[in-house]
Design a protein around this ligand. Structure first.
Ligand SMILES: [Zn+2]
Length: 145
């Protein structure tokens, strides 16, 4: 079981499934939604996922689509603003920013995505593969290479 929680502790969740490898996404929308040089992203199976506490303290935001589904959804703690797992349109996975996990999920970073939109002040210093974009955006197919 892998557990996670928000900064203030109001929202807690856990999942029993295997998390995908972790992606660093440099897309502008992902940088804005995370506030970081790159968003850290992974997926966990919705089967075996549960909110332990604070589900009613979540706010859900949906950004306009760029061109095609899935929509860019973000769920966050209404009290402290931590990004919390978000449902993906019609996909059996939860989108997770692994920085909010309290346990080792077992998976590790495997690539950089959307480096064409990288922040001008940020330098990638690891040896992971870099992709200027992704053909289908940050959805389950592209995260399950
Ligand atoms: Zn919170």
């Amino acid at each position: 079981m892998t557990r996670g929680s928000c900064f203030c502790g109001a929202v807690k969740f856990q999942f029993s499934g295997e998390m995908t490898p972790i992606q660093y996404c440099h897309a502008e929308r992902c940088r804005k939604s995370s506030g970081a040089a790159a968003a850290v992203e992974a997926l966990a199976p919705i089967e075996g996922f549960e909110w332990v506490s604070g589900e009613d303290n979540l706010t859900h935001f949906e950004a306009p689509l760029l061109d095609k589904p899935p929509a860019y959804r973000k769920s966050f703690c209404s009290t402290c603003g931590s990004p919390m797992p978000s449902e993906l349109d019609g996909l059996p996975y939860m989108f997770i920013n692994p920085g909010v996990l309290d346990d080792d999920p077992g998976s590790r970073p495997f690539r950089h995505a959307f480096t064409a939109q990288k922040a001008c002040w940020h330098e990638i210093t690891d040896q992971l593969p870099q992709h200027e974009a992704l053909p289908d955006g940050p959805n389950v197919d592209t995260l399950k290479e």
